[in-house]
Design a protein around this ligand. Structure first.
Ligand code: SAM
Length: 192
């Protein structure tokens, strides 16, 4: 009974998330492929070939940018509206054969798929997924995680605590990291 109640509760939370995010994504205009905002200055460190997995990809601007640079991209988000927009953006840019977008609830863990040469999570925090992100990387693969932080920002459940990313991804070789002004980013490589 307790398990059933927990499943119902989780389902309800994800449904609410989906509806809320569908509303936010609807009506988005003038989408352009581009690097994730918190990695603009380090974008050249991102790979240009191999398999990319982006989680909570939103409307696909970064996924399509990665495909235009040469990667095969799988990207997921809970919002069907966002996923439709992402497919459209990929088609408009001629890379829909190199992209695959799916509706996926990350409360259920990562989607199945091959080891990733790049795994990207931008502006979405789910601490329970951190170990799976590392496990999913191919040897030599790069993890890019960035989002809100309590460092120089408000407290809040969407925000990474001080040192959270460094600690969670300590098995990786740090390429770039930083936290401040309410933001945190981490780019690391899995040892071969
Ligand atoms: C702040 S947006 C970030 C979007 C994109 N990564 C970016 O940086 O522009 C957070 C994204 O997480 C997605 N999301 C929220 N909860 C989710 C869940 N449980 N599973 C998958 N995606 C989820 C939302 O639909 C939204 O696109």
């Amino acid at each position: 009974m307790a398990l059933l109640r927990r499943e119902l509760t989780l389902g309800a939370v994800s449904d609410e998330d989906r509806v809320r995010w569908d509303k936010r994504h609807a009506g988005a205009e003038n989408l352009e492929p581009g690097p994730p905002a918190l990695f603009v200055s380090t974008q050249e460190l991102f790979p240009t070939e191999g398999q990319a997995l982006e989680i909570a990809c939103g409307r696909g601007e970064t996924a399509v940018w990665l495909a235009l640079r040469g990667m095969e991209v799988r990207a997921v988000d809970i919002s069907p509206v966002a996923i439709d927009l992402a497919w459209g953006l990929a088609a408009d840019n001629g890379v829909d054969r190199r992209c695959h977008f799916d509706v996926w609830d990350l409360d259920d863990g990562l989607p199945p798929g091959p080891p990733a040469d790049l795994l990207l999570c931008h502006m979405f925090r789910e601490v329970a997924l951190y170990p799976a992100l590392v496990d999913r990387l191919a040897p030599g693969g790069i993890l890019a995680v960035a989002g809100l932080s309590t460092v120089g920002g408000e407290p809040g459940s969407f925000r990474a605590a001080r040192g959270e990313l460094r600690e969670a991804f300590r098995r990786l070789d740090v390429m770039v990291e930083g936290e401040g002004n309410g933001l945190a980013h981490f780019l690391g490589r899995k040892p071969n």
